[in-house]
Design a protein around this ligand. Sequence first.
Ligand code: HEM
Length: 505
Amino acid sequence: LNNRYTSDIRYISRPDGGHWLWGHELEPFSRLPGETYAKWLENHGSLVRISGAFGHDDILVVADTGVLAHILTKRPYAYPKSSMFRSFFLRISGRGLVWAEGEDHRRMRSTLNPVFSASEVRNMYEDVKLCSDRMTLLLTKYLNNNGGDAAIQVPEWTTKVALDIIGRVGFGHDFDFGKSAEAKQISTAWTKMLKLNMSRNGAMAPIVLRNFPIIDSLPISALKSQGTINRIITGLAEKLFVKETLDPESIKGRDLLSTLLRENRSGRTAISKEELLDQISTFVTAGHETTAATLNLILLTLAQNPDIQDKMRRELVDFGTEPTYDDFLAKLPYLDAVVKEGLRMFPAGPSTERIAAEDDALPLRKPIQTPDGRTLTSIRIKRGQVIIIPTMSINRDNAVWGDGWTFRPERWLSPDQLPAHGETTQGWSQTLTFLQGPRMCIGFRLVILELKVVLSSLIKTFVLHDTGAEVEPVIAVNLQARIVGEEGVRLPLRFTFAEPELRVQ
Ligand code: HEM
């Protein structure tokens, strides 16, 4: 009752229907990712109220840019992640940056921001290129052994290259393109988790856990197996600590852990060993499957759109030489446009959730009308209010982007084809793919570099063809691809060589 009369939630439009037990919460999983929220936003405006499961208070779905700026940029610590999400991350990667809140987070972030700066990411270029070239070479061999024409399960290759990159730039470790024992263990643990998450039970799990957090502390094997990744990464990264104890001067690597160890030794930072290990584990968890999944969906789109693929290849071939880091940054506009469009269309985190830690008033960019004719420029909410940010639907909002559901890299080539800045969020390239504000993805510069280097290497060397398999995006921890009716992450594409003179020898 209290809630009803001191919050303005009741003035916000709500979709019809809703299941007696699940409310509206399962509906986003009954359509393709992003579609349900897009429909709600189209029909009800940039704030929507949906019924929670198990009689939970109504949940707020937010696309209003004023509210997003308030929650994500101005008051991020007043809107922590749900305890369900935090304990999931605690299990897979410990007390790192994704898990931390409030003062803890502020401290960690200010220590870690410098190691992800533009100049540090420039130093990662060689590692990224090395891993990418290794993948292209292995694919070339595979294709040569198969008469120059083969169907490739793309995720099997992209997860390996993404793990290789984060291993090298994270803690100077070579996962050996999936061949090392640890790479295999990580892959098995992820495959298991993703399969589980793709099922209907997987969709229900976070909703159940939010309502019954006690389940989270039960010794359920599926929950316990999530600790595997943390254990493996910690075990591997610990080797650097041993090396440092034996000979501090031997820590010369440009990787994140070596840099942080040197910072610690110089007295500029004082991060405990345990925290350092958790941060590295966090980077691997947050950074490998997300990048691989984005690559998968961009590669699928390129296979489905040969004209875009050709245009990309032409730009790379015309460029002539092997692009340097600076060339990747500034001299390949079409590649840049494809990467921006890919990240806009396929945000690895298609939605995220926050909980109000205190009563607050959310400032609206677009005021709403109450049924009794008043105009509200802000809405009061109560502590505990659950807020969903439907990233993918916001990135694709037709009202803002015009043809938001169409993959059209050209929009990035002429600024007059982009939405006015006031219309969009303040995130990277007017999207919410990396969120915005002090909790924005710390690895975004690395991601852009990875995508550019890997895509250019693949597209320059191979032609990707659609196999006709019915592939669709699906939410499983993050945005993934699967074959309709089949289990697990699957994306077959046919590879042939590009012009023979482009072939890697
Ligand atoms: C395509 C790839 C990626 C995408 C789309 C992505 C997206 C995101 C998003 C949306 C968040 C915010 C989540 C939330 O608060 O609800 C985030 C946070 C984070 N990401 Fe990424 N990410 C990607 C790759 C990476 C990589 C490669 C790394 C590390 C090397 C990384 C490290 C992190 C960390 C540590 C956070 C937590 C930041 C904080 O809370 O301060 N991510 N990422």
